[in-house]
Design a protein around this ligand. Sequence first.
Ligand SMILES: [Zn+2]
Length: 577
Amino acid sequence: MKLLRVLWVLCGLLVQAYALDREAFTFTNYNLDVRIEPEQQRLAARGKITLRNDSASPQKNLSLQISSTLNWRSIQLDGKPVQFVSQPYTSDIDHTGALSEAIVTLPRDVPPKATVELEIGYEGVIPLDVTRLTRIGVPAEVARHSDWDQIGKSLSAVRGIGYVAWYPVATESANLSEGNSVFETVARWKAREVGAQLRIKLSRSGEGTPEIPICNGEAGGLRTYEQMGRAYESVNECTFRPLGETVPLFVIGNYEGVERPSINISYIPEHKPDAEKYALAAQQVVPFVTEWFGTPQGRAEVKAEVIELSDALAAPYESGSMLLTPFNIDSKLAQFTAVHQLTHAAFFSPRPWIYEGLAHFAQALYRERESGRDGALDFMGLHRTAVADAEKAVAEARRQNPGASEALIDTGVEEFYRSKAMYVWWMLRDMIGESALKQAVAAYRSDADNAPAYLQHVIEAQAKRDLQWFFDDWVYRDRGLPDFRVASAYPRKMLANNYVVTVTVENRGGAGAEVPVTLKMEQGEVSKRLEVRAKSEAVIRIEAASTPLEIVVKDGSVPESDMSNNVYKIEIPEKSN
Ligand SMILES: [Zn+2]
């Protein structure tokens, strides 16, 4: 009898688990008051959230998840407490590797497209926690420099979903040991939340020099502090309208500031020289960024901002034009980092592959200006293996699920929207020329980018060239990478020591590209560009002023799946000598 009851209870739980669709609701609105007490590492939140049922069926249950070191205090609907069960839920979207999940049972079904507004309260601590990394074998000493989020006595820095669920979210469980599961879960959440409106009032009270919370919401938010004797209360009203790709974060510390026309820097007082070095580096690259992307102060509401992290080994983190980083870098590297940030401040696109791709492309351009084309190609080469590996992973996923795709136009995977996108911009410049691409960048309007083909048309208008095939292969679809090889190279002797070499290049990959074909001769070399579509061949004739030796079909500007088959030794037939 007892066993039967246990089974019945288990079945009941299974039914409940089966009925719960954690990703049914989109959180369309947050209006939260978040009080932070660094001395106790505490956070307490009260406020309202609005959820819309975006699933196809009515929902009676919903899930609200926060970091496992926070606890649910109250959940109300129309001023009355609703029934909910709070349980730990294992998921690596949070640094603790778990969430405090409230499973709410609503008094009535929410039909598809209808919304529900809940009043919520939760609180707890946010200490440094590396559980999700150590349990997959990362040494704690290493893990703490990447999962550095915490509310700390001297400095608090806490990023949102993917690091710390300090505001409520709802996703299916993600596991760091299962391929891209964390990335994909966070990307799914972000895609649902693109249009969400957030107002988060951060407040901190304390004694001594006032510390005002910093966040990555819209600039110009209300930032105030009130002094009462030695005590003070500081407030920062952070708004995100809409949230877009942003992951909300906050930082609180005893910072001092440097303000320059192109950048603001918040630094830990004893590091003033480093802050000034970074500010100077940023000022030095302003002309370069302006030449390509317009002035970094051009977007009234956006200014590049650097917030120092106190851990000298902390992995830097960027959110839009805000960068959280330790100051452990030399002037050259500071310039290089500033190019990326100032590009964000100067140029906006709602599409990550354009927004991030251009910022990485800007770094490659800057490297080219500093140390020539080879220097830029070396820099891009650091990304190539990551792109090739990511393509392999997608190809693998496609074997299980034919719909799997990471097309640049809507991918949430960083290797694609950062590294692959950088290559795409570089290839576009090689194909259409620098001035046409600059004009296209200048003509781009983020508010007009409502259709996938918008950018293609902006570029074609400047390039006077049909780029449909290129966008099909690289942007609208994920067709992997090209794989070039020289199928044949026939030299024909002309006058004296002159030759014409007929080169056939085969592309065995799924994406076409324009690739440099280089003929190396006894004296010197000559390069020509050749367009080779996917799964096809193209022929080019190259004149040689001395004996031709070999053909090379790569220079590092086009990422390929196989880079080992790109050199071809030319045989000079006996009779032509
Ligand atoms: Zn960026």
